[in-house]
Design a binder for this molecule. Sequence first.
Ligand SMILES: Nc1nc2c(ncn2[C@@H]2O[C@H](COP(=O)(O)OP(=O)(O)OP(=O)(O)O)[C@@H](O)[C@H]2O)c(=O)[nH]1
Ligand SMILES: [Mg+2]
Length: 266
Amino acid sequence: MSDSAHATNGSATAVESGGGADEAGVEADAAGATADGGEPYTFDDLSVVMGTYNEEGAIATVLEDVERVTDGKAEVVCVDGSSDQTAEIAREHGARVIEQEPQGYGVAVREAILTPDRPVVVTTDCDDTYPMEALPEFLAEINDGADVVSGDRLYHGAEAMPAFNRFGNHAFAALASLLMGERVHDTTTGMRAYRRDVVEEIGWTENTGLSAELLIRPLMRGYDVRECPIRYAERLGETKLDPIGGGAAIAKSIVTVCLEEQLRRF
Ligand SMILES: Nc1nc2c(ncn2[C@@H]2O[C@H](COP(=O)(O)OP(=O)(O)OP(=O)(O)O)[C@@H](O)[C@H]2O)c(=O)[nH]1
Ligand SMILES: [Mg+2]
């Protein structure tokens, strides 16, 4: 993990991350001095949250990865709409499970990010695509002063992603960059870290497009938002996203949210 995060707003340029973090160095990396001089956050301050919808083939792997990388310290919250064994497996692995009728990605993830009391919230998908090994680096960026750390899957090429989705994600990033006047590289990633204050201070409106909204609104309100390259793996289990309908909904969300935020500035 030698990648450096690249800041996407304000005066900061390239920010050297706490790269080189491995499991043994987890607490040490996360324990660097914070930008505001306060006590640095550790994994005891971290909640990893996710929407889960019939992910029984992936959930054990994802939760075991969180447990291993954070030494069992991170809290896990699953907002679950499954009809399979996902919720049972999640509880067996110590996760807090909130049951909810399946109503789409954003409805589940909004509930998931607003549930924890801990000061740092990390979102992920429950499909084994996102590297929990990046958690130390994300926490180090928060301790360095970031408000939002956004995992950029496209930096390394995202070859495990279906070509249509990859093309769409590049297009979404180009569209959002144009409308924001600020270059971003991956607007639809599911893996990000947030200071809880940011999550609570902003009103979230989107469903399928929530992932883009979670990047755009903080960025356009001047929060310290940094993109951090991450590896992206092939999905375990069936996708829950309809590429055409979902893609159109995401594009609509990007346009709506960017315009709302531009208007809010005046
Ligand atoms: N509770 C709940 N979770 C959902 C719902 N829709 C999606 N999810 C979860 O949200 C996450 C994102 O869904 P994915 O199917 O991975 O969507 P994606 O990442 O855009 O598509 P892939 O490329 O297939 O991974 C997964 O963990 C899903 O299980 C829903 O309606 N309710
Ligand atoms: Mg996914």
